[in-house]
Design a protein around this ligand. Structure first.
Ligand code: SAM
Length: 305
């Protein structure tokens, strides 16, 4: 049950969704013809102690191939994270090359881009997430002696509160072009909190700033995600709030941003992987009901006018 000021660790509630994303990146990284390489992802999952999410365990289940629901859930997770990560890596690298030397990763979870991407000299990567999530992440990074060309600054804060003051207090400059990332975040906020978040970003984003995020469409059917709960113990439909109610892309167009978007399904096709992100088969005879999850999620890149 979500509450307006709920907190979590990496293994429970919304925190566990960050582990799930890391698992998807780990599975993709370990697969043949991987679209991405994230060597940190498997390390985070291992350090969480959640053995049911260990990539080796999940791969053994895949090899056994005796549970179609599980196979579909794993396939969905791995491919979605591959497409999302690949597209976002490219968007952030391009924005950095074009002059955004501040990178603000909101709800950074176990995102290792501060270490994975080739940042320009002078880049600062700010990461905001809840305190327990950042503590867990930092312990693994310290264990690995991870190093980065960028300056990495973590800000433990709730994104429903006055996070911009905390970010500014940590050295962020709102008069400098910044590339902002909200990956896997908006559905975990209410519509009002989503609008507040975008308003706050807009107030701290001068011209030439870039904002990247993914967002489910109104057509995204949360009830079709039940099989993810069975497979990974994450009750996505209980964690997500107001899905599809706030039209983030339209709002940005009306509030000083120019946007472009692709569905995750279209991105997968462009990366040579088509028709892999199918929803749970339905007995529904309505062909409109048989869409793919990937077609109901947009990846948006917005430029500040
Ligand atoms: N962006 C990361 C990635 O894609 O790897 C993590 C995505 S995970 C699905 C959701 C993340 O949002 C979690 O790390 C969670 O702690 C964070 N989050 C959700 N609501 C938040 C809030 N109100 N304040 C801070 N972090 C939040």
């Amino acid at each position: 049950m979500r509450t307006k000021d709920d907190q979590w660790s990496i293994t429970d509630s919304v925190g566990r969704t960050a582990l799930l994303v890391a698992l998807g990146r780990a599975l993709e990284t370990r697969s043949d013809s991987a679209l991405i390489s994230d060597p940190f992802a498997a390390q985070f999952v291992a350090d969480s102690g959640e053995t049911d999410l260990a990539p080796e365990h999940i791969e053994a289940l895949l090899d056994a191939d005796d549970d179609p629901t599980l196979t579909r859930a794993i396939d969905l997770l791995r491919n979605m994270m591959a497409a999302r990560t690949q597209r976002i890596d490219a968007a952030l690298t391009t924005a950095n090359a074009h002059g955004c030397l501040q990178v603000a990763i909101l709800a950074s979870g176990l995102d290792a881009r501060a270490y994975r991407l080739p940042w320009r000299a002078g880049t600062t990567v700010f990461e905001i997430d809840q305190p327990a999530v950042l503590d867990f992440k930092n312990r693994t990074l310290e264990r690995l002696d991870a190093t980065t060309e960028a300056t990495r600054v973590t800000v433990a804060c709730d994104l429903r509160e006055d996070w911009l003051s905390a970010l500014t207090g940590a050295g962020f400059r709102s008069d400098r072009p910044t590339v902002w990332l909200c990956e896997g975040l908006l559905p975990y906020l209410t519509s009002a909190d989503q609008e507040r978040l975008l308003t706050t970003i807009g107030a701290a984003a001068p011209a030439d700033s870039v904002l990247v995020f993914d967002v489910p469409r109104a057509s995204f059917d949360l009830s079709r995600m039940d099989f993810q709960a069975q497979a990974f113990g994450v009750e996505i439909d209980e964690l997500m709030l107001d899905v599809g109610e706030f039209a983030a892309q339209d709002w940005l167009e009306n509030n000083g941003w120019t946007t472009d978007s692709d569905t995750i399904g279209a991105l997968l096709t462009s990366y040579g992987r088509s028709s892999v992100v199918f929803t749970e088969p339905t007995t529904d005879t309505d062909p409109q009901a048989a869409g793919t999850v990937g077609d109901a999620i947009d990846l948006v890149v917005a430029h500040r006018r």
